[in-house]
Design a protein around this ligand. Structure first.
Ligand SMILES: Cc1cc2nc3c(=O)[nH]c(=O)nc-3n(C[C@H](O)[C@H](O)[C@H](O)COP(=O)(O)O)c2cc1C
Length: 180
């Protein structure tokens, strides 16, 4: 199963990036990440039937179309979704690559809440896009800081790694296998 992974953090040594990399290490199959920081701001004028999408948008859409499932990993900013990630999803609304595609939303935060606001908002947006959000594959990871190693840029906490493995299993086997 081919995964497309999107990170909501552009920060170097990002804890979100560590979660994403560890998840991809655990994934038993091909995977790609999209450089959503290169996307222009979404503008419907650039998104019409007669418009040629800017190259980074075309690349994102090609990667999304080629994926069997999508993994979204994100921090939470001001109780919301980072703008760069919402922007990427906006570019995928009308083009339709997410329709009926299994998606996992994983948020991570230094706080006990695990980015619950951003997680709920991302799920809502993806559902509106007709993606197949897989509840059992979604996670809100609290107190992420000490669970990662900045040197390897990976998750080191064994319980979190086991939970990521379980989440990926639910994502790649589909919603029918998982309780809501
Ligand atoms: C502008 C800003 C707003 C933030 N707002 C929240 C928030 O509402 N909830 C939360 O859990 N963390 C919040 N944080 C903390 C981030 O979760 C934290 O910086 C996290 O490490 C960012 O992820 P990263 O390491 O992948 O860049 C905020 C951070 C910044 C810079």
């Amino acid at each position: 199963m081919r995964l497309l992974a999107l990170s909501g953090s552009l920060r170097a040594r990002s804890s979100t990036g560590a979660v994403l990399r560890s998840a991809l290490d655990l994934h038993q199959g091909p995977a790609t990440t999209a450089d959503i920081g290169a996307l222009p701001h979404f503008n419907p004028d650039l998104d019409g039937e007669d418009a040629t999408p800017p190259p980074p948008v075309a690349a994102l859409r090609t990667a999304a179309a080629a994926a069997d499932a999508i993994l979204v990993v994100s921090p939470e900013y001001a109780h919301g979704v980072p703008g760069v990630l919402k922007n990427a999803l906006d570019w995928l609304v009308s083009s339709g690559e997410c329709v009926d595609k299994p998606v996992a939303v994983i948020t991570a935060s230094p706080f006990p809440t695990g980015g619950d606001h951003a997680n709920a908002q991302l799920r809502e947006t993806l559902r509106m896009m007709s993606a197949e959000v897989v509840p059992a594959a979604c996670r809100e990871i609290p107190a992420i800081g000490p669970k990662t190693d900045p040197a390897t840029e990976r998750v080191t906490d064994e319980a979190t790694l086991a939970d990521l493995r379980a989440a990926l299993s639910h994502l790649t086997t589909g919603p029918a296998s998982a309780p809501a």
